[in-house]
Design a protein around this ligand. Structure first.
Ligand code: SIN
Length: 290
């Protein structure tokens, strides 16, 4: 049977069926890449991947990007520095084997606090709790398209600060001094509306809410507008909720989505392995057609 692509919501996400990511031929990979550019998030069920398989599939999308600096630095499985472990599990010494614990991970785009954020990330489910720990993705192209024209006009030509102090679990990154001042916080300024480098489709680009600021506005004006934009972008009509099954791999486009995760029972085990693909181009402002 040939590969199938079934949309998960009108705004974002598609499930790719009849495919084994270990055995992709050139034509299948090309179809996956096209579907990814169109839907921003792709779900592949029932995969059986070793870390080597995960890395091999990841490399087909581009050069690997090192994992993010988290509350305890970068945590990878032994011998796999390009794999990032997201987990609440402790090792035999009582140390976490991964990052983010069992709490909520708030909405964010991966590593957009860098000048060159990763193009893509993917998460592979190795152990999952019976309940909780669902991951949500919002489609920032659909969110931009649905913004009132006056708001779009207000945002064009402006940049937004993407904070690098805190990770999505609310932890301060290793080696960083905590601050709640957007202008002192480490991070990057990126255009508020970016063009997708392959398709040209515009997307709202918010990154993280904490320590964010819109260029050219007072902090009070910026906070009011950011709150409005965040409420809009994360409204249910732009969101796909993913309920994990073992063997799921979810690939997302960091340029056109944000994601968050529900908390789960810390007595349960959740182990996910993540890779990410280095950005090929820095985020570029979308210019409206004349
Ligand atoms: C992440 O932000 O990459 C983690 C998402 C998750 O744990 O589901």
């Amino acid at each position: 049977m040939s590969l199938t692509v079934t949309p998960l919501t009108p705004a974002v996400g598609a499930e790719v069926g009849n495919v084994d990511l270990k055995l992709l031929d050139t034509d299948e990979f090309a179809r996956i890449e096209r579907a990814w550019h169109r839907h921003s998030v792709l779900l592949f069920r029932e995969q059986t991947l070793s870390d080597d398989d995960l890395l091999a599939f990841s490399r087909r999308l581009g050069e690997l990007d090192p994992p993010p600096n988290q509350e305890r630095g970068r945590i990878s499985p032994p011998g796999y520095p390009d794999v990032y472990v997201v987990s609440n599990v402790l090792d035999e010494k009582g140390e976490p084997i991964g990052a983010l614990g069992a709490g909520e991970a708030t909405w964010h785009t991966d590593m957009s606090y860098l000048d060159l954020p990763p193009d893509a990330s993917m998460l592979y489910a190795l152990e999952i709790p019976a309940t909780g720990g669902d991951t949500y993705f919002c489609g920032m192209q659909a969110a931009w398209a649905a913004l009132p024209a006056a708001l779009q006009a207000k945002l064009r030509g402006r940049r937004i600060k993407h904070d690098g102090t805190f990770n999505s679990g609310g932890y301060v990154r290793q080696g960083v001094t905590a601050t709640d001042d957007p202008h002192r916080a480490p991070g990057a300024w990126h255009p508020a509306v970016c063009a997708h480098p392959i398709t040209g489709v515009p997307a709202l680009y918010l990154g993280r809410r904490r320590n964010s600021s819109i260029e050219g506005l007072s902090q009070a004006e910026s906070d009011a507008l950011l709150d409005e934009l965040w409420d809009h972008a994360t409204a249910p009509e732009f969101v796909y909720r993913h309920r994990w099954r073992l063997g799921d791999l979810v690939l997302w486009d960091n340029r056109s989505t944000m994601h968050r995760r529900d908390p789960f029972d810390n007595a349960a085990r959740r182990v996910m392995h993540r890779t990410q693909i280095k950005g090929k181009w820095p985020p570029r402002a979308h210019v409206a057609a004349a």
